[in-house]
Design a protein around this ligand. Structure first.
Ligand code: TEU
Length: 554
């Protein structure tokens, strides 16, 4: 039944409100996605991860769901959705949806009933507790991942409800078996329609230690240790697998924030039947302190190598990796991870990064616009931001002005709207995303950076990705091979080897804007050069940001 097709997948993430607007309301939609499926087919990907399109008040851009079995009208209808799914399948593209079930929207009928009716059967779907001091204080000191207390008082009562994210995102109580049955019912609804799997939002937070106690640690995110890998997490994930996933040919990828490698190993161990792979954020945390994105630190290539090695070795032979450098919560990779975001080496450096993260054991993911080198947006004022997290941080800086000097740069560089600006399709007004002013400002550089231009230029990053994808899909050495870091202490050159019974693949990349001598060069004559971003070739040197991919087939 389960073919593990995901091991030969390259996944493209669509953030639907920013991808393509077909009906001229400035907001992306499903028909817009359908109109771009040939673009995706040409790029070569064979799976799409679609960020949430369910009905939602959109307080957190759809990560707050009010009806799990319907579509938010500005995106289209269920009929549009089915048409999109069919059109994808016709093109050999699978579809995984975003599953957001750590919390619902506060507009979900369950929650509305739970807070308005003291005898509601839905009260136990959530965490609703009496406040302390006759309701003046919340039940404990936990804080929200979006800043401020994690408890909100229910109007007119002494009760509070838990929300680890926004106020409009009350957490579901997974200890209630009825909640788990509801989730299974949602999963079956979409799988029976033909959907191929799920990206499971903050799935490692679903089990909360009981009772939920005050957290006296120094870490600013209070409560974290009581829910980041809660006591029943393994059990609940296996239950979903046994009751639902095992009956379909699915793929699941769990978003696992602040997860250790030991925990990761347990989550994706193929014998334990929970998740097929996870997104851990060790790679995107290499340029911050303590996993907090606002505490920026200088990037070092050796730190990134350590993360790659750690996860590649940990999961070898037992579980599968996800490989990614961008998503809708991260800033753009252009200018990050040792690359440059401007000037003549911009695309070349992006190609070097692309080849390094793609050619390991795992399923590669590409976030919309990454393939054409879209960049962070230099927003000029807070009015230009839309993201709830960005606004909350901004308000925090306004309230505590003392934080401003520390946080301003991090706020500008790391806020999530950087990745959410409309997809740049061409050089017409609004970048071909829409005919009218979009919901979020288009990046000013759309005339230079857009898909049309990228397709026309045979040397573009887009065409490099096309080659990489083609090379990756079905490649047995990458699928079964073991990773090794050939230069772990070198801060300028990245060099890795994948080896399996079928052969070897070497990736050697210069991560500086200067020519570098490389002791691994020239490579043995048994290796054939299969991909590079450089026309020139020097025996012992790599040109600036040059990457070479060599293959030896046994
Ligand atoms: O994000 C999980 C998460 O922990 C976020 O706080 C993320 O780490 C942060 O935004 C980085 O700045 C998921 C979704 O991907 C995100 O879009 C949602 O806002 C969040 O869950 C709540 O559903």
């Amino acid at each position: 039944m389960r073919t593990k097709w995901y091991k030969d997948a390259v996944v493209y993430q669509i953030y639907p409100r920013s991808f393509c607007d077909s009906n001229g309301d400035g907001f992306g939609d499903i028909q817009g996605i359908i109109s771009k499926l040939d673009y995706l087919k040409d790029l070569g990907i064979n799976c799409v991860w679609l960020s949430p399109v369910y009905d939602s008040p959109q307080e957190d851009n759809g990560y707050d769901i009010s009806n799990y079995k319907d579509i938010y009208p500005p995106f289209g209808t269920l009929k549009d959705f089915k048409q999109m799914l069919d059109e994808m399948h016709k093109r050999g593209i699978r579809l995984i949806m975003d599953l957001v079930v750590n919390h619902t929207s506060s507009q979900h009928p369950w929650f509305k009933d739970a807070i308005s009716n003291p005898n509601s059967p839905y009260r136990d779907y959530y965490f609703i507790q009496k406040g302390k001091k006759n309701g003046k204080r919340p039940p404990n000191n936990w804080t929200s991942l979006f800043t401020g207390p994690a408890w909100e008082r229910i109007k007119g009562t002494d009760d509070y409800y838990l929300h680890l994210f926004a106020k409009g995102q009350p957490d579901l109580n997974w200890d209630n078996p009825k909640v788990r049955e509801e989730v299974k019912d949602i999963l079956r609804f979409w799988l029976d329609m033909g959907v191929d799997g799920f990206r499971c939002d903050v799935i490692t937070l679903i089990s909360k230690e009981q009772p939920m106690k005050n957290d006296y640690s120094l870490f600013p995110l209070k409560g974290l240790n009581q829910y980041r890998y809660g006591p029943h997490l393994d059990e609940y994930l296996h239950e979903l697998y046994a009751d639902v996933y095992s009956h379909y040919d699915t793929m699941t990828v769990g978003e696992t924030v602040m997860t250790s490698v030991e925990q990761g190993k347990k989550l994706v161990n193929e014998n334990e039947e929970k998740l097929d792979m996870i997104f851990n954020f060790d790679n995107t945390d290499v340029d911050n302190h303590f996993g907090v994105k606002y505490f920026l630190k200088k990037f070092k290539l050796t730190n990134l190598k350590k993360v790659y090695s750690k996860w590649q070795h940990a999961l070898y032979g037992t579980g599968w990796n996800s490989l990614f450098i961008e998503n809708h919560d991260q800033r753009r990779s252009s200018g990050r991870f040792g690359t440059v975001s401007e000037g003549p080496l911009k695309e070349k450096s992006a190609k070097a990064l692309a080849a390094t993260y793609f050619l390991m054991r795992g399923t590669p993911f590409i976030y919309e616009g990454q393939e054409i080198g879209m960049t962070n947006h230099n927003f000029k004022s807070i009015d230009e931001y839309q993201d709830i997290e960005a606004k909350n941080i901004y308000n925090l800086m306004e309230k505590y002005k003392i934080l401003k000097p520390f946080l301003s740069k991090a706020f500008r560089d790391t806020n999530r709207d950087n990745a959410r600006t409309p997809m740049q399709w061409d050089d017409s007004e609004y970048a071909g995303f829409s005919k009218v002013k979009p919901w979020l400002k288009v990046n000013d550089n759309y005339k230079e950076i857009n898909a049309k231009k990228a397709i026309e230029d045979s040397n573009s990053l887009y065409h490099f990705y096309q080659k990489l994808i083609k090379y990756r899909i079905g490649n047995k050495i990458l699928k079964d091979g073991e990773y090794s870091d050939l230069l772990p202490n070198n801060n300028k050159i990245y060099a890795s080897k994948m080896s399996s019974d079928d052969g070897e693949i070497l990736v050697i990349a210069n991560f500086t804007s200067k020519k570098q001598k490389c002791k691994l060069l020239p490579v043995d004559a048994k290796y054939k050069l299969v991909l590079t971003n450089e026309d020139r070739n020097e025996e012992n040197y790599l040109y600036e940001y040059e990457v070479r991919v060599y293959e030896y087939k046994k």
